[in-house]
Design a protein around this ligand. Structure first.
Ligand code: ADP
Ligand code: MG
Length: 176
């Protein structure tokens, strides 16, 4: 199976769930994240602001801010690249490319201070291989900070035995 075929299969699986069901499933994933020792220990966390078909992080980002964490979110800045920006509250968010809400403001340049990256994906396997939406944004961004601990998150129905991958694909240290 190639990447495109796997993306099609995952899209088809997603369509079997209502948005309410996905919200419900998201709660359990967020509870697992909040209970995770890596999350507890991290001061600065790169997270993502979810689209409707992803594990919902809309409450999680605020919970982490309230816990005193510095939360960074991606902002797409070109056809190939994204940058990290600080998230403070939902008023900071503006819709960016691909309809993803992004913090307004400066690029967070101090990438080496990121303790943890929580990364969404279309699919993951047990070895941490990740399938994205096909533009390679996370592969490029994470290749600059390879030592950062990476947790892949998705719904259980998105996990497969083997995700096709090549040398440019950045693997996760763990899939939640
Ligand atoms: P995704 O990870 O979003 O599923 P792919 O892994 O299929 O997407 O990558 C999409 C495109 O981005 C590919 O053409 C790939 O060559 C390119 N790409 C990914 N990472 C890099 C990188 N570090 N430098 C240059 N091109 C990259
Ligand atoms: Mg990739």
């Amino acid at each position: 199976m190639n990447k495109k075929e796997l993306r099609d299969i995952i899209r088809q699986r997603k369509r079997q769930f209502s948005s309410d069901e996905l919200r419900e499933l998201s709660l359990a994933v967020c509870q697992r994240l909040l209970a995770h020792p890596r999350v507890a220990a991290a001061k600065t966390i790169l997270l993502y602001y979810s689209l409707p078909d992803e594990v919902c992080t809309h409450n999680l980002v605020d919970e982490l801010v309230d816990m005193g964490k510095k939360v960074l979110l991606p902002a797409v800045v070109s056809d190939t690249d994204m940058e990290a920006r600080v998230y403070r509250n939902a008023d900071d968010l503006k819709l960016g490319a691909f309809g993803i809400a992004e913090p307004v403001g400066e690029k967070y340049a101090d990438l080496k201070t990121i303790d943890l990256a929580i990364v969404p994906g279309m699919s993951f396997d047990n070895d941490g291989n990740r399938l994205g939406r096909g533009k390679g944004y996370y592969d490029r961004f994470l290749s600059a900070i390879p030592y950062i601990y990476k947790i892949g998150v998705c719904f259980d129905f998105q996990k497969v035995d083997h995700v096709p991958h090549s040398t440019h694909d950045i693997a996760m240290d763990e899939v939640l």
